[in-house]
Ligand binder design. Structure first.
Ligand SMILES: [Zn+2]
Length: 237
């Protein structure tokens, strides 16, 4: 195939634009996949699960506390009632019975107060743990939000770069003769379609061309399209 040296050089520029477009697409795909945040998203899910668990623990301690408070109130009411009965009774036998019951109730009251204190201690611990988890989760949420918005900005930038590259590519392609462009596109579907011949090395496959093949290529007219004997890419001399 015949193509002027400037056409061949234009085709090489087109190939460089195509490479840049491919690299940009790969970069956009990697950013879009969000793979970089997989670990952070897992941490966020773990933190959300811990938060629920911690909230449940706190709720259960609070429930226990309200039950203990209700029990204590009942005992206190009973003590008040017994004291009233004690003041009103004139029977010493009844008074003895009431006093015995009061002793039992006071012991019960003291036990319940101790129990309530122990629950309050556990509630304090559960609250502290809950606050720590809220704090940690917020750090993760904030970090993820920042990284996602940076990622989004990067994608937007790359996409606008890709638009520009595509325009340049189409302009460049319109300057190239159709049979050469067709050959390039056919070869592109199989791999790198074009490379510059530098120091006996093919710019596409990087293989050093043997002396015989090199002599053949060198013998071709400058406007004859040469191809690499190894990778079949168009060789720009
Ligand atoms: Zn080659």
């Amino acid at each position: 195939m015949k193509a002027s040296e400037s056409q061949q050089a234009d085709l090489l520029s087109l190939s460089n634009l195509d490479l840049e477009i491919t690299r940009t697409r790969v970069a956009i795909a990697a950013l879009t996949s969000g793979e970089a945040f997989a670990a952070l998203r897992q941490s966020q899910r773990d933190a959300a699960a811990s938060l629920i668990e911690s909230r449940n623990q706190l709720d259960s301690v609070e429930l226990e506390l309200s039950r203990a408070e209700a029990d204590l109130k009942l005992v206190e009411q009973r003590i008040d009632k017994d004291n009233q009965r004690l003041n009103q009774t004139s029977s010493s036998k009844d008074a003895q019975g009431i006093q015995a019951e009061l002793e039992t109730l006071k012991k019960r009251k003291s036990d319940l107060e101790d129990f309530e204190l122990s629950i309050l201690e556990r509630k304090e611990q559960a609250e502290a743990a809950y606050q720590v988890i809220i704090h940690d989760k917020k750090l993760i949420d904030d970090e993820l939000a920042t990284k996602e918005s940076e990622n989004e900005a990067q994608i937007i930038k790359l996409r606008s770069g890709l638009d520009l590259l595509t325009q340049q590519r189409n302009q460049q392609a319109s300057r190239i003769q159709s049979d050469l462009l067709e050959l390039y596109e056919k070869k592109s579907s199989r791999g790198l379609a074009i490379g510059r011949l530098v120091n006996r090395e093919c710019g596409a496959c990087r293989i050093t061309i043997g002396a015989t093949a090199l002599a053949e290529i060198s013998g071709l007219a400058r406007d004859e399209v040469a191809t690499c004997p190894d990778c079949q890419a168009i060789l720009v001399r």
